[in-house]
Design a protein around this ligand. Structure first.
Ligand SMILES: Nc1ncnc2c1ncn2[C@@H]1O[C@H](COP(=O)(O)OP(=O)(O)OP(=O)(O)O)[C@@H](O)[C@H]1O
Ligand SMILES: [Mg+2]
Length: 248
């Protein structure tokens, strides 16, 4: 079976900075793939290249079988992407946001309404359709953003720090939704700074200074490191390489 995500020696340079440095990995379908790394380690840059939003300096990749450069348009149409800032329109209502994203993905207003009624249940989105997004709490906004990213039923969701700044109850609910999606064969790439979330992933990649420092299931990484927790593995990697690279 082809891999949902496959990258080889992917590199992105901004001037003298290697934001992503020779990254190679493969992700199977139906996996929750967690990408971990300190601020400025290249997670969002990697994601932008995988989504076809930015061209690599060198290296190659395929997402859902499409080349990340020549197939960028097909990738954009076929994935669901939630960026680090959620990108909802605060001064629009819930339903207006849904219709906006529906139009981007080529859905008619009727199709959007149909999908919305199913999604409301799946995403536990019991909000009023005519409520302004700016009046929603962080957890609701997060689930609405996920619903917008999933409106066209993509087989791959790419979620950049979806739970940043969200309370533990909402984070747990969000992860239950991700688990349900994974059971239906959806592949999910998610970046996070929370180690409890990392431990819920099938596969994790630890990235420092744009380089892949560890890759595998959390249990494999923990076994290889004599039972140390994922958090300790992360901190040791950061210390050993003096790799914490705070984004300016
Ligand atoms: N468009 C850009 N132009 C120049 N430098 C950039 C650009 N985008 C990212 N960078 C730099 O590339 C490096 C990686 O940034 P990136 O945003 O990918 O990190 P990140 O792992 O997503 O960090 P965070 O956890 O803070 O979101 C950083 O040094 C950042 O300053
Ligand atoms: Mg980022």
């Amino acid at each position: 079976m082809p891999y949902t995500i496959e990258i080889s020696e992917l590199t992105k340079r901004f001037g003298d900075i290697y934001a992503v440095n020779n990254l190679s990995f493969k992700v199977e379908q139906g996996t929750i793939f967690g990408v971990l790394g300190p601020n400025g380690s290249g997670k969002s840059t990697t994601i932008r290249m995988l989504c076809g939003l930015m061209h690599p300096t060198s290296g190659s990749g395929r997402v859902l079988g499409y080349d990340i450069v020549s197939g960028a348009e097909q990738i954009k149409e076929n994935i669901g992407y939630m960026n680090q800032k959620f990108s909802l329109y605060e001064d629009l209502t819930v339903i207006e946001n849904m219709h906006f994203f529906g139009r981007i993905y080529g859905l008619s207003p009727r199709e959007t309404r149909e999908h919305l009624s199913k999604l409301k249940e799946e995403m536990q989105l019991d909000v009023r359709e005519n409520q302004l997004v700016q009046t929603l709490s962080g957890g609701w906004k997060q689930r609405l953003a996920l619903a917008c990213a999933f409106l066209h039923r993509p087989r791959l969701l790419i979620l950049d720090e979806p739970t940043a700044g969200v309370d533990p109850v909402s984070r747990r609910l969000f992860w239950q939704i991700l688990d349900d999606l994974r059971k239906r064969g959806i592949t999910i790439l998610v970046t996070t700074h929370y180690m409890d979330e990392a431990e819920r992933c099938d596969i994790t990649a630890l990235i420092f200074h744009g380089k892949l420092k560890a890759f595998g299931s959390p249990s494999k990484l923990i076994n290889e490191n004599e039972g140390t927790s994922l958090e300790d593995i992360f901190i040791n990697l950061a210390r050993n390489g003096d790799e914490i690279n705070e984004t300016a």
